[in-house]
Each structure stands twice: as structure tokens, then as C-alpha cells.
Design a protein around this ligand. Structure first.
Ligand code: C5P
Length: 303
């Protein structure tokens, strides 16, 4: 690649958490996590083009739900990278969005990581991987994983990553009507656990072994999300979605991250199509998506 490109497009995956162990609230308001991230084959693409000012546009089925101002993590990424290099963020960022919005699949985080990589290439900065990861952590707890992809254990508030082994799996995702606020779900977790001693979050050895094995039935027995009770408490109807998926033959069902998207582990492609069709027919979700894991992290596409 030449030092500067006229336009750079980065493809970036969504994620599901196969284990989300949540500790007690920290003094800074965040929660320590043992967060096993898995990148799945639902992708956004972010294209960075030189412009007179920082602007963001978006296309895709959920485009009307994407903020186009400076609260968009793609815009924030461009601003932070520019500021660290004494530049002005003169870039147009176009997001081709396929990841469900406000869904617990790290769609906003994905766009932040993608924009960062795209601007780095557009401006010919060759920022080190370590600094890119540092900026990602500044953008949000899930953003470093969007850059890295594959499968990883996130500790701290989720931003300290250790790669883990993962075989391949098939998934169905059910997209709910409306979003759920991540801070609100964490607050509900605090409320629900107010009278108990919350243990230190630990990665489950059984889960990591099942993930590495590629055996869907093994993984189905150990999937765990400590935010699920909180998400269900705020959105009780998600229980109907979970039941519809397992009733149609999913091996396991869980809330994805802080929700409201729900994730269904299935045996194979055929089962994925069957479960997706049953979920659509059930009337308990707005849409479904079928995907496989793991998927590559943020990647510059060839021009
Ligand atoms: O890091 P990020 O900006 O994505 O986090 C959004 C919100 O989710 C935080 O403001 C916090 O309320 C909650 N959160 C948390 N503990 C984490 C990650 C996120 O409490 N480890």
C-alpha cells in the first residue's frame, strides 16, 4: 500500500460473548469482567475519504438508528487519532452497517475500531498496534476486541485481551425491537446483586476447553452471561425469544452481551436456517441474522 490512499475501507466483525462473568462495581463505576469474546461473521464496513471536515454517513437496514454526530465512535476514533498526531480530522467516514444497532453485538465499537484503522491508513501514519489498542481502550471497553477479532479473553473492564483458541461454530441472532442501554443493564445487575457478595470474575476452564474443541454440544452446556438476568429484568419479553429459539432446535440460547440481541448456538448451517425461520415466524423478534465464528478482526480491504 502507498503511504496515502484516496479512500480506505475497513471490514470489521460483530461479537458475541460466550462467557460474560461480571464482578462487583468498581470505584470508577466500571465492573471487572472475565469476558470471552468471539467474533462472528456479521460485518460493518467503514470507508474513510479525505474531506474538508469530519462527517459521518451511514447506510443499511438500521441506518436511521445510527448517530451521525461526534457521539459516533467512528468520529471519536478519527478525532483521537488526529489529535495524537497534531492533525485535524478532515475525513468523511461512511459506514455500511450490517451489525444490529444497540444490540449487545459491539456494533458501535466495531465502527470505532474500523474508523481508527481506516484513518491510520488514509493519513499514512503507521501507528503501532500497541498504540492503536490503547486508543481503542480509550474509545470503549469492547473496542480493542473489534480490532483484534478471533476469540479472546477480556479482563479488566474487558479491554485487556488474551487470545484464546476457538473451533468453528454456527450462530443465529435475533434482533429485538428497540435497544437496551449498556449502563442501565450494568446498573440493573448492581441492583439485582445488591444483597450478595459478587465473586471475582473468572474465566471458566470448561468453557475455554469447549470453545477450543469446536464441539457445539459441549459449548452449549457452558455458555454463561451474568448480565442475562439484568437484561431479562429490564426486557422480560426476551424470555419468549430465547424459548422460541430453543423450541426450534437451538442447542443453547443466551442474551448477547448486555442485549437485547439474543444469540442461539446451533449444530450446523441447516439448523441455523431452521432456527432463524422459526424465530422470524414466532413474532418474538424484529429480524434474524445467521453467522459463523470465529471471524477476523478489523481488516483493511484491498483497493
Ligand atoms: O466502555 P464502554 O463505554 O463501552 O462502557 C459503557 C458503559 O457500560 C460504562 O459507562 C459502564 O456503565 C458500563 N460498563 C461497566 N463495566 C464494564 C464495561 C462497561 O460497568 N466493564
Amino acid at each position: 500500500m502507498s503511504a496515502r490512499e484516496a479512500a480506505v475501507t475497513v471490514r470489521v466483525p460483530a461479537k458475541v460473548n460466550v462467557q460474560l462473568a461480571v464482578g462487583a462495581a468498581r470505584p470508577d463505576g466500571f465492573h471487572d469482567l472475565a469476558n470471552v469474546f468471539l467474533a462472528v461473521s456479521l460485518f460493518d464496513e467503514v470507508t474513510a475519504t479525505a474531506a474538508d471536515a469530519l462527517t459521518v454517513t451511514c447506510e443499511g437496514p438500521d441506518a436511521d438508528k445510527v448517530p451521525l454526530d461526534r457521539t459516533n465512535l467512528a468520529a471519536r476514533a478519527a478525532e483521537i487519532l488526529a489529535a495524537r498526531n497534531g492533525l485535524s480530522p478532515l475525513v468523511h467516514l461512511h459506514i455500511a452497517k450490517n451489525i444490529p444497532v444497540a444490540g449487545g453485538m459491539a456494533g458501535g465499537s466495531a465502527d470505532g475500531a474500523a474508523a481508527l484503522l481506516a484513518c491510520d491508513a488514509l493519513w499514512g501514519l503507521n501507528t503501532s498496534r500497541a498504540e492503536l489498542l490503547d486508543i481503542c481502550a480509550e474509545l470503549g471497553s469492547d473496542v480493542p476486541f473489534s480490532l483484534v477479532g478471533g476469540a479472546a479473553l477480556g479482563t479488566g473492564r474487558g479491554e485487556v485481551l488474551t487470545p484464546v483458541a476457538a473451533g468453528s461454530f454456527h450462530w443465529v441472532f435475533a434482533v429485538a425491537d428497540g435497544g437496551l442501554s449498556t449502563p442501565a443493564v450494568f446498573r440493573e445487575f448492581d441492583r439485582l446483586t445488591a444483597d450478595v457478595v459478587v465473586p471475582e470474575p473468572q474465566a471458566s476452564p470448561a468453557l475455554l476447553a469447549a470453545l477450543a474443541s469446536g464441539e457445539a454440544r459441549e459449548l452449549a452446556g457452558v455458555l454463561a452471561n451474568d448480565l442475562q438476568a439484568a437484561a431479562l429484568s429490564l426486557r422480560p419479553s426476551l424470555a419468549d425469544t430465547l424459548a422460541a429459539g430453543t423450541g426450534a432446535g437451538a442447542l443453547a440460547a443466551l442474551v448477547s452481551g448486555s442485549g437485547p440481541t439474543t444469540a442461539f448456538l446451533v449444530a450446523d448451517e441447516e439448523s441455523a436456517a431452521k432456527v432463524a425461520a422459526a424465530l422470524e415466524a414466532s413474532g418474538t423478534c424484529r429480524a434474524t441474522r445467521v453467522a459463523t465464528s470465529p471471524a477476523r478482526g478489523a481488516t483493511v480491504l484491498p483497493t
